[in-house]
Design a protein around this ligand. Structure first.
Ligand SMILES: [Zn+2]
Length: 358
């Protein structure tokens, strides 16, 4: 596989309808960041909040949430939420919602996510049932969903052999997140990478979204693979636990919120944070990152998303100028994903030349 580097991977920031702050997409908000181009909302939230659902269907998603049309809204079907609660997603409700609320991107109404510890027959059942939904929604703008794991190649073959699905312009891959939690039965990182490479090469002409891998280190992998978009709610989840992200070197505990423990920033890292140009640090500096309550959450979340968007921009710049290979090793030396990036660069034979021709 040799792909030219064409454009940056789109970072889709996961939102929660329970608390829309910080309003990072809103030019009127102190937390606004221009670089943000896409957000993701979950249908599970609308299912749980009927008034929000009604407003989105009456006014359209953008207007009801106050999100400008320049920011794309991705909808998640909430499959993970419904599975965890052993609830069936009301498929017709989802269809109605999509038609009226008009998200920019939306997957099939339901997919059945295999988890690492599942017996083989259940994993097969997940594949069969998800493909049934993919076939049932071969029309309109529904994005087919497939999952990483033993059945990935069976999935890609089934899609490629189906006349309508083969022609779909976009595709989504799920099931990675349960494998990133290092349980005993989780897939080896190398096998996940092989799966992603397989999907990219089988669907070379499609716009590919991978659910849940939008972290500061994993976006390197996404960019090298030429994925089109990734999402993550990590910027908010980390902020809620008092954690801030540092460019290239991961998570540090800034606010002691009692319940959680984590690695504290070193003096060098504190001076990096002191220089941060994000909208929150510009005004409040490190005191803001250490604050408790909703305000502290908003500062840390804004900072975390900013770091992520900056990282995506830096990666794009390095790939465009052909300097990535010399740059990345010094930039992300501490990450557990570093060996995967090394492997990916050698596997694909990516040299500087591959990325320098736009
Ligand atoms: Zn900051």
């Amino acid at each position: 596989m040799r792909r030219q580097h064409n454009s940056a991977v789109l970072i889709v920031a996961g939102l929660s309808l329970k608390n829309l702050n910080p309003r990072v997409w809103d030019p009127e908000s102190p937390y606004y960041m221009r670089a943000l181009q896409a957000v993701m909302v979950s249908y599970a939230d609308f299912h749980a909040m009927p008034a929000r659902r009604k407003a989105a269907m009456e006014q359209g998603l953008h207007a009801s949430l106050g999100i400008p049309f320049s920011v794309r809204i991705f909808l998640d079907n909430g499959a993970f939420y419904f599975i965890n609660r052993h609830e069936e997603l009301p498929v017709k409700d989802y269809e109605e919602f999509v038609a009226a609320a008009r998200p920019d991107w939306y997957p099939i109404p339901r997919d059945y996510i295999p988890t690492p510890g599942m017996p083989a027959d259940q994993k097969h059942a997940c594949f069969t049932r998800t493909m049934e939904v993919n076939r049932a929604y071969e029309h309109d703008g529904y994005v087919p969903v497939i999952h990483i794991g033993e059945y990935l190649e069976t999935y890609t073959t089934a899609i490629c052999e189906h006349p309508k699905l083969a022609g779909k312009p976009a595709m989504a891959l799920g099931g990675i997140v349960p494998n990133l939690l290092r349980t005993k039965q989780a897939m080896a990182y190398a096998d996940i990478l092989t799966g992603l490479l397989h999907m990219r090469s089988r669907f070379a002409d499609k716009s590919l979204h991978v659910f849940g891998i939008g972290g500061t280190a994993t976006i390197h992998i996404a960019a090298l693979l030429g994925l089109d978009s990734v999402d993550s709610a990590g910027w908010r989840n980390r902020a809620a636990r008092g954690i801030v992200q540092l460019p290239g070197s991961g998570d540090r505990m800034m606010a002691d919120l009692g319940k959680w423990r984590g690695r504290r920033p070193s003096d060098d890292e504190l001076s990096v944070l002191d220089q941060c140009r994000c909208p929150a640090c510009q005004v409040n500096g490190m005191d803001g990152l250490r604050a408790s309550g909703t305000v502290g959450f908003c500062y840390r979340a804004t900072h975390n998303l900013w770091v992520l968007l900056e990282e995506a921009g830096l990666i794009d710049e390095q790939l465009t100028t052909g300097t990535y290979v010399d740059w990345y090793a010094g930039h992300i030396s501490n990450s557990i994903y570093r060996p995967l990036i090394d492997q990916l660069l050698s596997k694909c034979g990516h040299g500087e030349a591959d990325f320098s021709q736009r």
